[in-house]
Ligand binder design. Structure first.
Ligand SMILES: [Zn+2]
Length: 138
């Protein structure tokens, strides 16, 4: 638990995502009209301009698409956390979500590494989605 971390600020477009996190469910927006994944959440589909959206529960499994190893803490709370991995995770519906990869050393992270979502509880009870390595891919 990282006490003092800045909190996400949900808005009309992201509230269902954060509500899902509270229930340990990874909900992703998908256009109701054309079926395209929509990330980051926004008011309109970039593919067909529809304003209709469905929130689909993700399996939470994905693969590392890209990543960096943070060696310099960008916030004082992170001083004891470096080095850590910030990765773009490829999920279903062509959605790539950014999060930390935990449960392995930073030098073990590689492209296509299979991961699954985990939820980290903050001191105020909010939950953040991050990822951990899984040994086998589906
Ligand atoms: Zn669309």
């Amino acid at each position: 638990m990282l006490e003092g971390m800045p909190r996400p600020l949900p808005n009309l477009d992201t509230q269902p995502f954060w509500d899902g996190c509270q229930e340990e469910r990874l909900l992703l927006p998908r256009c109701s009209a054309c079926g395209e994944g929509r990330w980051p959440p926004g008011p309109m589909c970039p593919a067909c301009q529809s304003q209709d959206v469905d929130w689909i529960e993700s399996s939470g499994r994905g693969r590392v698409y890209s990543w960096i190893v943070a060696n310099h803490p960008v916030h004082p709370v992170l001083t004891g956390q470096v080095p850590y991995v910030v990765a773009m995770i490829e999920l279903e519906h062509n959605i790539r979500l950014v999060g930390n990869v935990m449960g392995c050393a930073p030098d073990e992270v590689e492209a296509d590494l299979p991961v699954e979502v985990i939820f980290e509880r903050l001191e105020d009870g909010r939950q953040l989605p991050n990822f951990r390595r899984v040994e086998t891919a589906e």
